[in-house]
Design a protein around this ligand. Structure first.
Ligand code: GCB
Length: 617
């Protein structure tokens, strides 16, 4: 009714709650090692396809009556007002177990992309001290968070952590948290709607109520520098952050370094790496307990110390040449109905296939930052990691908002993981067609990486140009971004997407700059596990995939500057674009294992190859 609309129009529309970003903080680096309450478990959920809970009927802010839920008081009692219309009655909606994607919760949600509301209650702290933060491991894609009826913030991006301080809003009694997650990708998001993987909407990583003292270490980066020192950058947050004494300790090494923050709470220090320190490597993934104490706060992490650099076309790990025996991986657990809820056990199962099954030392975590459990497990098991942001295929290169989103994601990823010894390469993009706008965009990202972390290598998975006139495969890397990268990386599918005979691959010519290491960031072919065609070796048969691997590995052996590879991909993964009814059924079948973990013939081919390569070094 018009009268109602007019009344609503007069209501002051509150400004949107603040956007959590790496710049605004809180960063809560290594938050998973801090005290806290895990809010995993049952949550109520409700779809909201018209986004009524955000915009009401006519684009106005929804009033409480039409809002998503009934508020509860600190005793846990519902506000009871018979005049209020509760169209979204969250407390009586069904429940799901978080973290998980909603796609697997119920058949009618299997292809739902849009806004979902989640809600639960939790008890406030028994004895209140210091500060409290709600920290999300990740939620895909746009997140709106409310505590006890108040909006506390938003976040954009499906794969990186964010946190909001709730010290003031948190109640001693019962608290009610409401979270809206909108999975809808647009032309402006990172990634945009068209990809080759499932867009798992929802809260796919843990939410925790993290507790800290009033002044605490919000950010810390402890690593070995290329000149053989242990360096620390730390930042304190809180009233007592300025000119505060603090100490870095590695008890097992009897290392202790005292320092003091500057007026803005920063501390930077370094000390010679102790002799007798074991350097982290895939063969010996030694981690040390590290603490930074500042007043009543103790920041903790487990950190490996090693160096990674390039010299000419070599990649040097701890000063010695290394060949990256890797494979690519999506964040999707083994099983018939994955929901992107990675646990320590599922991370171990996936990475164990690489480490023990394939004799690998490297994993490409494609195509976005994976669960922090994954990079911690890579640290523990000894796998070097390629970490990337979902700047994938066709991004809105000229849109400043898109650039801001990508830069923030990159920063959130690097700040989260720069204490992980496993991470060797930060990648800024995958298969992005060259244009001026794209070059400018990616140049900004490369600059950001170098500013945030000068101790690792920068790369991007690039496209090559194929000489259409040549009778054999001739590929040229002509991408202007190459000059800015430490490691050149190429995705190649000759013999799968191209009509080349596998026997022609050996005659391939690769025109790439000779002074940098080259990595095949992808190559692969589909095979349906259990489909055999030994006579003809038809595409999609296990035999074809195995032959494709033999041919491609043979080609790789002839490349003088090739220093590693991460073929596509360890496990078959869900992808809505893969609908071949005989072989794909919604799954990209380039896995060396099926979705349930069944090894295909090509698994053995790569495993033997890596076993030989590993022994040769
Ligand atoms: C690619 C993409 C990857 C796809 C793969 C494929 O080049 O980087 O995301 O899944 O090819 O299977 O086509």
């Amino acid at each position: 009714p018009m009268a109602m609309l007019a009344a609503q129009e007069r209501l002051p529309v509150p400004p949107p709650p603040p956007l959590a970003t790496a710049e605004a903080g809180p960063l809560l680096v290594s938050a998973d090692m801090r005290d806290g309450t895990d809010l995993s478990g049952p949550w109520h959920y409700s779809i909201d396809p018209f986004r009524a809970g955000l915009y009401g009927f006519h684009g106005e802010q929804p009033d409480k009556g039409q809002l998503r839920y009934r508020e509860i008081d600190a005793r846990g009692e519902m506000a009871a007002d018979s005049r209020i219309l509760y169209e979204f009655d969250m407390a009586n909606s069904p429940t799901t177990t978080l973290p998980s994607s909603w796609l697997t919760e119920a058949p009618e949600l299997r292809h739902y992309q849009g806004l979902m509301w989640y809600q639960r209650t939790f008890p406030g702290p028994a004895k209140r001290t210091g500060r409290y933060f709600l920290r999300f491991g990740a939620a895909n894609y746009t997140t709106y968070v409310y505590l006890n009826g108040q909006p506390i913030g938003r976040h954009e991006g499906g794969f990186t952590p964010f946190a909001f301080e709730v010290t003031k809003l948190l109640r001693d009694g019962v608290n009610q948290i409401t979270v809206g997650v909108d999975s809808q990708a647009t032309e402006a998001t990172v990634p945009p709607p068209v990809t080759d993987w499932e867009n798992y909407g929802g809260i796919t990583r843990p939410i925790r109520l993290v507790h800290t003292p009033a002044t605490y270490v919000d950010d810390a980066w402890v690593r070995m520098t290329r000149d053989g020192r242990i360096a620390v950058d730390a930042h304190l947050d809180g009233a007592g952050a300025a000119n505060r004494a603090l100490t870095l300790q590695v008890p097992e090494l009897r290392l202790s370094l005292a320092g003091k923050t500057d007026a803005s709470g920063h501390w930077r220090g370094s000390v010679n790496a102790p002799t007798g320190m074991t350097r982290w490597s895939p063969e010996r993934p030694k981690l040390y307990d590290v603490t930074i104490t500042a007043g009543d706060d103790t920041w903790r992490d487990r950190i490996g110390f090693r160096t990674i650099e390039t010299r000419g076309s070599e990649i040097l790990l701890n000063g010695k040449p290394v060949f990256l025996r890797g494979i690519s991986l999506h964040e999707e657990e083994i099983g018939t109905d994955p929901t992107r809820a990675i646990t320590p056990a599922s991370a171990r199962a996936l990475l164990g296939e690489i480490k023990d099954g394939l004799h690998g030392n490297f994993v490409r975590l494609a195509h976005y930052p994976h669960n922090e459990v994954m990079t911690r497990t890579a640290d523990e098991m000894g796998l070097l990691v390629w970490s990337e942001v979902p700047v994938y295929w066709r991004v809105a290169w000229s849109n400043p908002a898109t650039l801001a989103t990508a830069r923030n994601m990159l920063a959130e990823n690097i700040l989260r993981d720069r204490n992980r010894a496993s991470i060797a390469i930060w990648s800024v993009a995958n298969e992005t067609p060259v244009t001026d706008a794209r070059n400018t965009f990616l140049t900004t990202l490369v600059g950001d990486v170098r500013k945030l972390d000068d101790s690792r290598l920068v790369s991007a998975a690039l496209l090559v140009e194929r000489d259409r006139t040549a009778t054999r495969p001739v590929m040229t890397l002509a991408d202007p971004l190459a000059s800015q990268l430490d490691v050149l990386a190429i995705n190649t599918y000759n013999g799968w997407y191209s009509p080349d005979k596998l026997s022609d691959l050996a005659k391939s010519e690769w025109r790439v700059p000779a002074d940098k290491p080259l990595v095949f960031s992808e190559f692969g072919a589909d095979a349906k596990a259990g489909f055999h065609d030994p006579a003809k070796g038809q595409k999609f048969s296990e035999e074809f995939q195995a032959d494709y691997y033999r041919a491609t590995l043979g080609m790789a052996d002839k490349l003088p500057t090739l220093r590693g590879m991460s073929p596509w991909i360890l496990k078959d993964f869900r992808s809505p674009r893969r609908q071949n009814p005989d072989f794909q059924q919604g799954w990209n079948r380039k896995g060396l294992i099926s979705e349930t973990g069944q090894r295909k013939e090509a698994f053995g081919v790569l495993s033997d190859y890596y076993a030989r390569k590993g022994a040769a070094r």
